[in-house]
Design a protein around this ligand. Structure first.
Ligand SMILES: Cc1cc2nc3c(=O)[nH]c(=O)nc-3n(C[C@H](O)[C@H](O)[C@H](O)COP(=O)(O)O)c2cc1C
Length: 311
């Protein structure tokens, strides 16, 4: 059990927001495998306000996936407030603000991790989103801007004063991107510096490691990103199985959820995004991986995997 603001989580392990991955089927899968909370892909405030079809499709949700957090990104406080107002209508359990994404497409517009370099603007955005939101708001940010500017403690206090209810800290700087290691000591420092629940994030690849980091940083929950790709077992105390048949069972469950919840046009592309990852580092799986990538229909791919799994 873990408490994050108003939410009582059945597990302290949280699925990270992952653009291109943490869609409804993957969130449902991770929930089934034990995740206590799942965060959506980042959702553009402009896409929401301008009612773009692709953005609206990202808000698909079902009651079984609850609790779910929807993540917003943007750098314009007015647009972020308007987008929050629209998000309220979709009934998320929490709204998260992305202040940690280092991808150029996002930061060149001043959003994501670039907001760590403009804390006054970040503060205004948090205040606007908190002011509009029907549910508690979390803020996801990084250790700092770069090695010369480790600002997470000031940033955390700023976010707390601006009304955030939960903080998520990824222990790398903006300039590090995904290189080096996540600094869990700095996550522990943030936890000690604020009175809000803190979610620690970075480099977790197994359930046991998640519990170890939770203890190390004395934080309230831990978030798993890359370690969950092709590996929803990371959320289960049983861990990842090492036989191909058990792995294929997980793959089939994922495919079933995709089939149930994704539009037909997106199906094959999403399958290819996810499924090859299940076989990474699995002995004798290179042929299978090639077959997945070369497959040109969902139905034939599903049939092939079912046959190997002996279903
Ligand atoms: C493919 C990919 C997509 C991501 N998309 C988002 C996103 O939409 N929003 C966000 O705040 N962070 C995003 N991140 C960052 C992750 O949420 C997480 O903070 C980071 O990967 C570190 O955690 P990990 O070491 O467990 O992967 C993304 C990372 C990856 C690898």
């Amino acid at each position: 059990m873990s408490k994050l603001a108003h939410l009582n989580l059945a597990s302290p392990l949280v699925l990270a927001p992952l653009a291109g991955y943490s869609d409804l089927p993957f969130r449902l899968l991770c929930k089934e495998f034990g995740a206590g909370l799942c965060v959506s892909e980042m959702i553009s405030c402009h896409g929401l306000v301008y009612n773009q079809k692709k953005t609206i499709a990202m808000l698909a949700s079902v009651p079984e996936e609850r609790p779910v957090s929807f993540q917003l990104f943007g750098a314009d406080p007015y647009m972020m407030a308007k987008a929050t107002d629209i998000l309220n209508g979709f009934g998320p359990d929490m709204i998260d603000i992305n202040m940690g994404c280092p991808v150029k497409k996002v930061t060149k517009k001043g959003a994501g991790a670039a907001l760590m370099a403009t804390p006054r603007l970040a503060q205004e955005i948090i205040q606007e989103v908190v002011g509009q939101s029907d549910v508690p708001v979390s803020v996801k940010f990084r250790k700092g801007v770069d090695s010369q500017s480790i600002t997470c403690l000031d940033f955390a206090k700023m976010a707390e004063d601006a009304g955030a209810a939960v903080l998520t800290v990824h222990g790398r700087t903006w300039s590090q991107g995904f290189s080096g290691f996540s600094d869990w000591n700095c996550i522990a420092e943030v936890k000690r510096a604020v009175s809000l629940p803190v979610i620690g994030n970075g480099d977790i690849t197994s359930y046991d490691q998640a519990l170890e980091k939770l203890g190390l940083a004395q934080c309230d929950a831990v978030m798993v990103g890359r370690g969950a790709l092709g590996n929803p077992w990371v959320f289960s105390h049983m861990g990842r199985p090492n036989d191909i048949y058990s792995i294929l069972k997980g793959v089939i469950r994922h495919l079933d959820l995709m089939k149930q919840h994704l539009e037909v046009e997106r199906l094959l592309a999403m399958v290819k995004n996810h499924i090859g990852r299940y076989f990474k580092n699995l002995k004798g799986s290179s042929k299978l991986r090639r077959q997945v990538y070369e497959s040109n229909s969902f139905t034939s791919l599903y049939a092939m995997i079912s046959e190997i799994a002996g279903n």
